[in-house]
Design a protein around this ligand. Structure first.
Ligand code: PMP
Length: 296
């Protein structure tokens, strides 16, 4: 592992199945269906100044994802919350990115979850900086990609499963094109979401975002931003959006736990608005920062 420049810090501690263990002992069986088939669920969470942001919403989404794939999580919601704080403490972290994962467990070499046992629950806490700070001041350029978002009747996007290949295929296109994030359309050609973020636009003072029936992960940051906008008296619409709507938007931004609120100033080579982060985006970015500090 030592010749891997992307290997985790060797002093990291991980919560695995009830215990805090050093990272080199945080191992999962090659027979775990989480690895063999991507059969499992996860959450990406964040803490600010020692307080885990929107913890109830994340734990609820984890249990919903698990229920949708008929996976019984072998811990209660409270035990999971305690494990998260325990892992942060073991690593001395106040501001952390938290990865909470539940695998299907070790099983027979066939697809059926009925031939597995002992789902594993683990929690990784570490630092994360997804994008460079100047992007939050100047805005980011993104593209739309040809990989379509999973059809909701094939692999429902609201299930935050360990199979992220749909998003990874889009990410590969995006990296090849030299962009940092990419917008995926659904099978009907409507805007769905980015590979790891939700999309918002501002049009004539109104905030617009694809509705959940576009086939998206209903982001927790998305919900927080919609609440913050309503508090400012900004009209919020969940509606069908075309690529055209993105191109003619006055403002655009992305939301996600890791990314937070990122202003978008170019899409597919078209300048958005005047090419600078817009006033509503700036306001919501400030309000979001305040919310992470527990001030809104
Ligand atoms: N869409 C996808 C596909 C994601 O993976 C994420 C990140 N979890 C989001 C949207 C944003 O969701 P959240 O705000 O809950 O992090």
């Amino acid at each position: 592992m030592s010749d891997n420049p992307f290997a985790p810090r060797p002093d990291l501690k991980v919560f695995l199945d009830g215990q805090i263990v050093p990272v080199d002992q945080a191992k999962i069986s090659v027979f775990d269906h989480g690895l063999l088939y991507g059969d499992g669920v996860f959450e990406g969470i964040r803490s600010y100044n020692g307080r885990v942001f929107e913890l109830d919403a994340h734990v609820q989404r984890l249990f919903d994802s698990a229920k949708a794939i008929r996976l019984t999580i072998p811990m209660s919601a409270q035990q999971i919350k305690d494990a998260i704080y325990q892992t942060m403490e073991a690593n001395g972290l106040q501001d952390a990115y938290i990865r909470l994962v539940v695998t299907r467990g070790v099983g027979y070499l066939g697809l059926a979850p009925t031939r597995t046992a002992n789902p594993s629950v683990f929690v990784i806490t570490d630092q994360i900086e997804l994008y460079p700070p100047e992007l939050y001041r100047e805005g980011m350029n993104i593209i739309t990609v040809s990989t379509i978002r999973n059809h909701p009747n094939a692999m429902p996007p609201p299930i935050k499963s360990l199979n992220y290949l749909n998003n990874i295929l889009a990410k590969i296109e995006c990296v090849d094109a030299g962009a940092l994030e990419a917008i995926m359309l659904n099978v009907d050609g409507l805007v769905a979401e980015c590979t790891g973020d939700n999309v918002f636009i501002v049009r004539q003072g109104r905030l617009q975002t694809p509705s959940s029936d576009a086939g998206i992960l209903p982001g927790i940051t998305r919900a927080v931003v919609m609440r913050l906008a309503a508090q400012r008296g900004i009209d919020v619409q969940e509606k069908q959006l075309l690529r055209y709507d993105l191109y003619v938007a006055d403002e655009c931004f992305l939301t996600g736990t890791a990314a937070e609120v990122v202003p978008i100033t170019q899409i597919d080579g078209r300048q958005i608005g005047d090419g600078k982060p817009g006033p509503i985006t700036q306001q919501l970015l400030d309000d979001f920062k305040a919310a992470t500090r527990g001030e809104r």
